[in-house]
Design a protein around this ligand. Structure first.
Ligand SMILES: [Zn+2]
Length: 376
């Protein structure tokens, strides 16, 4: 069964579309190749809950003012729910919580990671010795790392690029929150929403699932077109995010087939299981392609980028692509399919070790490499 999209277009900025009574959909602009983030409003008897908030820039704040003015029927916002800690999701959480003096709802891992990034800034760790060692070990040339450090510095100090600034430093973030946990029930209006936690794209990503409406708000955990970024980062160099990403996909396969999924990017869709199966197959295919390319000679993670991505990548894309390549390698190591050795030049090189690989391999028959790594 192919995915079905009940809507052809996103709602115009500053307006909302009623998905079903009590659930409204709106969008906020994003820079770059992804033009929108989808946000949702859940109507309670005496106010609304906002699900995700957009980037922390003035343009998004102005659009929120239009929404508050024209789309809430005079009701206040009662709470802000953020699915996870990325800047396009939490950027206006502080603004909205302050304006309505309402609580922020997040899982604990997402809240504290957002909090640490809002004080440290995204990317500042690249220039630490840990960052240098991490990128060196996985194959990045050192002059590349110097250029990246300079680029981050320029982004942080740039005053006239509000969007870039927002990506680097989320605006004032609430100083406290209410904790969401897997299995929690939020009763909003006449409906119960179950918190269903996934991981891999971010540590403790909350989806909201309403069985009575047959709707799941999936954040970046389940997207219909693009593949969410699943990366190993400097902050946890031995992490295995693809393992929990795949486990989360297995978990969400239990979602009823006819559920309407409201994702944070692309359009709402039916066909959740089809999509999850595709994504599982996609990552399995990528891992097999990596194994095949580590047979003849050991490879660094950087050497493996052309296996995963077809385009010449700009420096920032290259960093993200590397994080994804490492994530695939770490899951392969966990499965005893490849081994990693630290060579005298300080680089990790991966080598395939599964005696059964020759039987499983099908070189030349893999999915086409992706265009570029996704920011979300
Ligand atoms: Zn995200």
């Amino acid at each position: 069964m192919a995915l079905e999209y009940p809507y052809q277009d996103h709602p115009p900025a500053g307006t909302t579309v009623e998905v079903v009574p009590g659930v409204r959909w709106l969008t906020m602009p994003l820079g770059g190749s992804l033009t929108h983030i989808n946000l949702y409003l859940l109507e309670d008897h005496d106010g609304f809950y906002v699900v995700d908030t957009g980037l922390g820039n003035p343009e998004t704040a102005e659009l929120w003012d239009e929404i508050f003015e024209n789309e809430l029927g005079g009701k206040p916002v009662k709470g802000v729910i953020c699915t996870h800690m990325h800047p396009d999701h939490i950027g206006q959480a502080g603004m909205i919580c302050d304006k309505f003096r309402c609580p922020l709802y997040m899982t604990r891992a997402e809240y504290y990671q957002a909090k640490s990034f809002s004080s440290m800034g995204f990317g500042s760790h690249h220039s630490s010795w840990l960052g240098e060692q991490f990128y060196h070990r996985y194959g990045m040339p050192s002059d590349f790392m110097e250029k990246m450090a300079a680029m981050w510095q320029a982004r942080v100090s740039s005053k006239d690029n509000a969007a870039a600034q927002a990506m680097v430093m989320p605006t004032a973030f609430p100083s406290g929150y209410r904790r969401l946990e897997d299995g929690d029930l939020l009763t909003i209006g006449d409906h119960d929403w179950v918190v269903e936690v996934g991981s891999g794209h971010s540590p403790e990503h909350a989806c909201l699932h309403c069985h009575s409406l047959g709707i799941m708000i999936s954040g970046d955990q389940i997207l219909p077109v693009i593949t969410s970024n699943v990366s190993v980062h400097v902050t946890e160099p031995e992490a295995n995010p693809l393992k929990v990403w795949m486990e989360s996909h297995d978990k969400f396969l239990r979602t009823p087939e006819r559920t309407l999924v409201l994702p944070a990017h692309n359009l709402p869709f039916h066909g959740i299981r089809e999509r999850l199966r595709d994504l599982i197959a996609h990552h399995e295919d990528r891992m097999l392609a990596i194994e095949e390319s580590c047979v003849e000679e050991p490879r660094t993670a950087l050497d493996l980028l052309p296996v995963l991505f077809k385009r010449d990548l700009d420096p920032r894309q290259k960093m993200m692509a590397l994080g994804e390549a490492i994530a695939h390698c770490h899951l392969l190591m966990h499965r005893n399919r490849i081994e990693r050795r630290l060579d005298e030049d300080g680089r990790y090189r991966f080598v395939s070790v599964d005696p059964d690989l020759a039987r499983r391999a099908h070189p030349g028959q893999h999915d086409a490499p992706d265009d570029q790594p996704m920011v979300v």
